[in-house]
Design a binder for this molecule. Structure first.
Ligand code: SF4
Length: 380
């Protein structure tokens, strides 16, 4: 099962916390779309016959800055060059400040069947602090418009643990999101990434990050509220009604093959049962376009992933999904935890962090809260 990712490197305005590659100047958009079209063709020569494409994801950046007709042309190119599986999941990220009822209908006609809407918050002061270009009301309207246009698979993205945020203010945002009945919720704890304006503000002590205690309290309440509303916690930051887990992300987390297009996009392809190659494009529209225009798809960088790295990644990704498949580790990588790790696991069970049998380790909500620390112990 293969996946495909398309990176649209444009935003209306950069949000202060974001370290994804995107630019505010859209002058290069036509040149970028032409290069993207060619890049898809270049990779098709090598990868199109390997596996059908089961999932496509338009991310960014802000894919909803690209018109429905241009998205339709990209979809035509993908289905013309690759084998798009019947029933493939095709996701697009949308910013509420860039969509209309008509554009949602256009994206549906273009072949998008899953809409992921970047709401982040329903609090005016938080949206302003983050540098978002939309209001809370536009966020709500975007979700309604997506459903009204005919999308049944609508996800919302939210961010919690903003500086100065209280649990009750976050609960208000979460409840307003749930009132819209999305089938999927991504709720991320704010991370202060290097090289962002937020990082500089924290360094200059203009902003104080929220305490670990409040972050933990908010996360615990989030898991609890979403579980009570029927959403399954299937990854550290992702929750879905039954059957609406994001298949694209599950493919990433299961080490499935994927090819990605656009500046900064990362690809991953197995070279054997236990090894893989990862490569990525430059974080520069100029370099990306110039490279493709020479007629060759030259990665900006690449690495070989050996068996031990694959095992580490499988443990890390499995734990983040709250479900580490021990049988897969044995069958795919001929790996079992040594006895000292088994002892550690038994102590984690006593502490209430997880349960395990010979096939699978399953995290409890308490375990999700310390997932990184548990994973570190297991990977030692
Ligand atoms: S709209 Fe999304 S991709 Fe663009 S800067 Fe904001 S968070 Fe980043």
């Amino acid at each position: 099962m293969a996946s495909m990712y398309i990176h649209i490197p444009y935003c209306e305005r950069k949000c202060i916390y974001c370290d994804f590659f995107s630019v505010e100047n859209h002058a290069s958009m036509d040149r970028f779309l032409a290069a993207l079209n060619d890049e898809i063709e270049l990779y098709a020569i090598r990868y199109a016959s390997a596996e059908p494409v089961e999932t496509v994801f338009f991310g960014g950046g802000t894919p909803s800055l690209v018109s429905p007709s241009a998205i339709g042309k990209i979809m035509d190119q993908i289905s013309g060059q690759f084998r798009l599986a019947p029933g493939a999941e095709v996701t697009m990220e949308a910013n509420p400040g860039t969509v209309t009822p008509d554009s949602f209908r256009g994206y549906l006609d273009a072949g998008i069947n899953r809409m992921s809407i970047g709401i982040q918050s329903f609090q005016r002061n938080e949206l302003e602090f983050l540098g978002r270009i939309h209001t809370a009301e536009q966020g709500e309207q975007a979700v309604r418009d997506a459903f009204n246009a005919g999308f049944t698979n609508v996800s919302v993205d939210l961010i919690f643990s903003l500086p100065g945020q209280t649990r009750s203010r976050w609960m208000d945002t979460l409840q307003r999101a749930l009132d819209l009945r999305p089938v999927h919720v991504s709720a991320y704890s704010l991370i202060v990434e290097e090289h962002t304006p937020l990082y500089t503000m924290v360094q200059k002590r203009l902003v104080t990050p929220i305490s670990e205690n409040i972050d933990a309290t908010i996360y615990e309440s989030t898991m609890d509220v979403l579980a009570r509303n029927g959403y399954r916690h299937y990854e550290i930051s992702n929750y879905a009604l039954p059957g609406y887990e994001c298949r694209h992300n599950l493919n990433y987390w299961n080490h499935s093959n994927y090819v990605s297009f656009g500046p900064s996009a990362h690809s991953f392809w197995r070279t054997s049962q236990t090894t893989a190659r990862r490569w990525w494009n430059d974080r520069s529209i100029e370099k990306y376009c110039a490279g493709i225009e020479t007629g060759a798809a030259m990665p900006g960088g690449e690495e070989t992933i050996d068996r031990l790295q694959m095992i580490d990644e499988a443990i890390f990704l499995g734990m983040r999904c709250g479900r580490l498949d021990l049988e897969r580790l044995r069958n795919e990588f001929d790996f079992s935890f040594p006895e000292r790790q088994a002892e550690l696991l038994r102590s984690f069970v006593k502490e209430g962090y997880l349960t395990f049998n010979k096939y699978v380790i399953t995290l409890t909500p308490k375990g999700f809260m310390v997932c990184d620390a548990l994973t570190e112990h297991l990977m030692q």
